[in-house]
Write a protein that binds this ligand. Structure first.
Ligand code: GSH
Length: 221
């Protein structure tokens, strides 16, 4: 049985879930409390991080490596362009969201508001929350600037860059931390990604102690 060891509000896990679903690869989702690592979990990934994918007997970690592997192994529908230039731009934007966006926004909002509580690590630090709420504006404006020139984030076709960005934004949307009125272009883009069948798995998520807001699963938000 194929399995994804994951955590519901991890953007890295969400990016892999979107890629698997887009390629119609069925997996059993197993929730991993990565902050209380078991010997089995560390055997699967000595780095002690989720996601971990078990696919056809192979154990894999690191979301970008997993998604690129899946795209090579199951080429349709393609999530990376054919040209080196196109692939470069997708990888650049995946790194933008997985590194910069994660550090400046996710770790300041999702970590402070949700992860800390789940891990019993105390209360949100309001300085960090304020900083994250400030920084997300810059990122939404950058996305709006990209979408002013392109149909999708990395070009004229939907790619892994869109799934990566949407995976991160969807975690924030779960805690109502995205101002969708800031840019109609970003809102339209998110609506397009959100309405794909692959997105359904994310819309069904329920995090104990954090009820899903009503707009979260609404395709007409
Ligand atoms: N570069 C990794 C990052 C994965 C990651 O940081 N996952 C977090 C959950 S969102 C985690 O497992 N953190 C545990 C730790 O850092 O010890 C990837 O893309 O898969």
């Amino acid at each position: 049985m194929n399995r994804l060891f994951h955590s519901p509000l991890s953007p890295f896990c969400r990016k892999v879930r979107l890629t698997l679903a887009e390629k119609r690869i069925e997996v059993e989702l197993i929730e991993e409390r990565y902050w209380e690592p078991t010997p089995d979990f560390l055997r699967r990934n000595p780095a002690g991080k989720v996601p971990v994918l078990r696919l056809e007997g192979r154990i894999m970690s690191e979301s970008q490596a997993i998604c690129e592997y899946l795209d090579e192994k199951f080429p349709e529908p393609a999530l990376l362009p054919r040209t080196p230039e196109g692939r470069y731009e997708v990888r650049r934007l995946c790194a933008w969201f997985d590194d910069k966006f994660h550090d400046e926004v996710i770790s300041k909002l999702v970590y402070e508001r949700v992860t800390k509580k789940v891990m019993k690590q105390g209360y949100p630090d309001s300085k960090n929350v304020k900083m994250g709420a400030q920084k997300i504006k810059y990122h939404l404006d950058y996305m709006a600037w990209l979408l002013d020139q392109r149909r999708w984030l990395a070009g004229d076709a939907m790619t892994l860059a869109d799934f990566t960005a949407a995976a991160h934004l969807s975690c924030l949307d779960y805690i109502s931390d995205v101002d969708w009125n800031r840019s109609p272009a970003v809102k339209d883009w998110y609506a397009k990604v959100k309405s794909r069948p692959a997105f359904r798995t994310l819309l069904a998520d329920q995090v104990p102690g954090f009820p899903q807001p009503s707009h979260y699963a609404d395709l007409d938000f």
